[in-house]
Design a protein around this ligand. Structure first.
Ligand code: CP
Ligand code: NVA
Length: 305
């Protein structure tokens, strides 16, 4: 039995994640074939965006179209939400029109409030605390390249941000060992670390990128300045000096390591252009897999709506 919402990646159990990845793989294989199914006919998905997006917006919209349904892009400034209608009123009204809501928001509280007031599933399409849809795509990518999760060593190099928080929980749920290298002051959320350890996670934090990278099967990095952090840009660029994923750092990892980046990337900052699209890179598969996992997710959450 799936949960009603996906607000945190830890709303899913290990078994639900594996079931979702299996369905995503089936949908990936069937894509474009004559027997591809359209289980979401007459279903609509409202997509609220407080922030910019390329991958999330396009992959959800294409997913709904290919599954026979319809997606509505709703820029929060254009909604009455932008003129002080409450989140709860918006959620209750949308629940009378559509069959699920995705929301990309600044504050994690906003997506939690949407979920609390909605009768329909709510999916976190990125908040300041988590990015669960991204992690589903990352897990599909890792399993596709490495076959299994058990025993893999993942190195996160960079900010202890929303993507990192979801990775911490996803690693714990799938049995991957995670080493996080971040500058002092940019550690991930302590409550998320505690939750991961309660789930049996093996997570360590260091301020030394080479230590985190040692023997890694998977490298993962993300921007140093996330959406909402723009006022801190100059300080962050100084503080993250030395935390770039480049060929030198990759020399510490396993020879067959893969490199992930959720994108968008800033070449020359958190990652070099050579590594971003080099021989170890899986970033385009990762971006593509957003489509397949989100199809599986909306089928699983919306099927009974
Ligand atoms: N990775 C990701 O969520 O990309 P967008 O910001 O383009 O949606
Ligand atoms: N950490 C980044 C991820 C973008 C997909 C941000 O929140 O801006």
């Amino acid at each position: 039995m799936m949960p009603k919402n996906l607000i945190s990646i830890a709303d899913l159990t290990r078994e639900e994640i594996l079931q979702l990845l299996d369905l995503a793989l089936k949908l990936k294989e069937k894509r474009g074939k004559h027997d591809a199914q359209t289980p979401l006919e007459s279903k609509s998905l409202a997509m609220i965006f407080e922030k910019s997006s390329t991958r999330t917006r396009v992959s959800f919209e294409v997913a709904m179209t290919e599954l026979g349904g319809h997606a509505l892009y709703l820029n929060s400034d254009d909604l009455q939400l932008g003129r002080s209608e409450t989140i709860c009123d918006t959620a209750m009204v949308l629940s009378r029109y559509v069959h699920a809501i995705t929301a990309r928001v600044y504050s994690h509280e906003t997506v939690r409030e949407l979920a609390k007031c909605s009768d329909i599933p709510v999916i976190n399409a990125l908040s300041d605390a988590e990015h669960p849809c991204q992690l589903l795509a990352d897990l599909l990518t890792i399993r596709g390249r490495k076959g299994d999760f058990q025993g893999l060593h993942v190195a996160w190099i960079g900010d202890g941000n929303n993507v990192c928080n979801s990775l911490i929980l996803a690693s714990a749920l799938t049995g991957m060992r995670l080493s996080i290298a971040c500058p002092a002051g940019y550690e991930p959320d302590p409550a998320t670390m505690k939750h991961a350890r309660e789930l049996g996670g093996n997570v360590m934090i260091t301020h030394n990128p080479a230590e985190a990278a040692a023997g890694a099967d998977v490298f993962y990095t993300d921007v140093w300045v996330s959406m909402g952090d723009e006022t801190e840009e100059q300080k962050r660029l100084r503080d993250f000096d030395g935390f770039q994923v480049n060929d030198n750092l990759l020399n510490n990892a396993k020879p067959d390591c893969i490199v992930l980046h959720c994108l968008p990337a800033h070449r020359g900052q958190e990652i070099t252009g050579e590594v971003l699209y080099g021989t170890h890179s899986a970033v385009l598969d990762q971006a593509e897999n957003r489509l397949h996992v989100q199809k599986a997710l909306i089928v699983m959450l919306m099927a009974e709506q």
